[in-house]
Ligand binder design. Structure first.
Ligand code: SF4
Length: 484
């Protein structure tokens, strides 16, 4: 699990990955969930959209436009949000964001906060921080509730408990909520609903994330499927929203384009059950709404990412999770093996930048560079390209200005191995000699590989390749081949 520590060694990653690969039930659950999400998305896009690619291009343009004038849009958003009656706070880092929330809770003498789903709150490890201060943060999103009961972080940025099947969820509810053992989705929902209704009685402070913050209106847009988000933002005395600064867009029209891309990509549905557009605290004549509404604008190194002319594109992410669903690595190991709040392809791009390449550089190895993530990303972030570039940074071949780059401990033997490989692969004579030798020793290599230090790990879950050293000679003798 990611815990509060940002640094994770290669050994920690290898252990986490091995244990996830060995968990047959986890792999079965992930495969089934990912297949459903991918199929739903594909069917919806082919049946309901006449120009999905055009829409993706529009989404990309909206995000690039917003990021290109983010400073101006942030100012405009603050000014309009204040006029609407929001209180706007600025947090440079996780500590500042947590302190703002704690201070608000303390002022209002609140000892329990009910939370809607928010990856930003996961990023700042809010629940653990509040727990230390004696405040209970209770998750109200069904998936978040399930993993909170078993003290796990989210496994996926959209579906936090997607690694558990309904039988496992039934067991969790039985153990943790003292409920009868059930496995039917309707009955499981009823158990969760009954439990959460009790929590919603008399609560004072609700917390949510933000999908889009609209500068021209000073409003926030929250997308959700369960209604718990609406409760957390409306039925409480104080509502606090945590918003990464990259969530700003200029207008409702821009936000609508992104919303039209977000929901189909995330869950394969045309629209969510609840679209909450929040314009501040309760006003005179309003029938409901909180007495106070606060927005925390979270930087946490996003400004540094924005200043990077190459990697800033990763701030376009609208957190739909579809790059995770299509990743052939994620669907084998799940999100916990990435040891970061943000897993999968987008996690590999933003985690090293938000938290330091020195802390989570190993993550960029968890990619086959197949390019599916770039093909499906609704806002066209070139994920595979950025992952490859971060790999270069990690081995000292890049530009060297990713946060934490200087402290990355490079693997000396890997570096030497790559240099030797480059020297052999760029000389025809050396390469042919090498192939000849490999061909001679390959039967022996197959037997020895499981005990040789350099090859042991590699062949652990791979077949030793069949090496045909005579291919070169065969090609040379093929009719019609002009060989020089
Ligand atoms: S990178 Fe693209 S596909 Fe992945 S979560 Fe973000 S918006 Fe979705």
């Amino acid at each position: 699990m990611s815990g509060n520590s940002l640094f994770h060694s290669a050994k920690q990653y290898e252990d986490a990955i091995s244990s996830k690969l060995a968990d047959g039930q986890l792999r079965k659950n992930l495969k089934s969930a990912m297949t459903t999400l991918k199929t739903n998305r594909k069917n919806l896009i082919s049946s309901r959209y006449t120009d999905w690619e055009g829409l993706r291009e529009l989404g990309k343009e909206v995000k690039i436009k917003s990021l290109s004038k983010l400073d101006e849009l942030l100012e405009r958003f603050e000014s309009n949000a204040l006029k609407n009656g929001f209180k706007v706070h600025w947090a440079n880092d996780a500590q500042e964001a947590n302190e703002i929330i704690y201070k608000l809770a303390k002022e209002k003498r609140v000892s329990k906060i009910l939370k809607g789903k928010s990856m930003a709150s996961e990023e700042i490890h809010l629940n653990a921080y509040l727990k230390e201060k004696g405040i209970l943060a209770t998750e109200t999103d069904l998936g978040e509730l399930i993993i909170q009961l078993i003290d796990e972080p989210p496994v996926h940025i959209v579906a936090p408990a997607i690694h558990k099947n309904r039988y496992q969820i039934g067991e969790i509810f039985k153990d943790k909520l003292d409920a009868p053992l059930e496995s039917e989705p309707e009955k499981l929902n009823a158990i969760a609903r009954k439990h959460l209704r009790k929590e919603f009685e008399d609560f004072k402070m609700g917390l949510s994330g933000v999908n889009f913050a609209i500068a021209n209106e000073g409003a926030i847009w929250l997308v959700e499927n369960e209604g718990n988000g609406r409760m957390s933002t409306t039925a409480c005395d104080i509502h606090v929203a945590i918003c990464g600064i990259e969530k700003i867009v200029e207008s409702f029209e821009d936000a609508s384009i992104l919303d039209t891309l977000l929901v189909p990509s995330a869950v394969g549905a045309p629209i969510t059950c609840y679209n909450n557009i929040i314009t501040g605290a309760r006003k005179d004549g309003d029938l409901d709404g909180p007495q106070e509404a606060h927005i925390i604008m979270l930087d946490n190194n996003r400004s540094n990412v924005l200043a990077d002319s190459h990697y800033y594109r990763s701030l376009s992410c609208i957190r739909c999770g579809t790059c995770l669903n299509h990743c052939p690595v994620y669907d084998k190991i799940g999100g916990h093996a990435y040891l970061s709040t943000y897993p999968g392809p987008i996690g590999e791009v933003i985690s090293p930048q938000l938290f330091g390449l020195d802390n989570c550089g190993y993550m960029v190895n968890l990619c086959s560079l197949c390019g599916r993530c770039s093909e499906v990303c609704p806002v066209k972030i070139p994920l595979a390209e950025l992952i490859r570039d971060l790999r270069s940074e990690k081995v000292g071949e890049g530009r060297g200005d990713v946060r934490g780059y200087k402290k990355v401990h490079r693997n000396k033997s890997e570096k030497i191995a790559m240099e030797v490989f480059a020297s052999l692969a760029t000389s025809g004579l050396k390469w042919r000699m090498l192939l000849h030798l490999v061909g001679l020793f390959s039967p022996l290599g197959k037997k020895m590989a499981p005990i040789l230090p350099g090859l042991k790990n590699w062949v652990f879950c791979r077949e030793f390749p069949k090496i045909n050293a005579s291919l070169h000679a065969k090609v040379k003798n093929l009719k019609g081949v002009i060989y020089e």
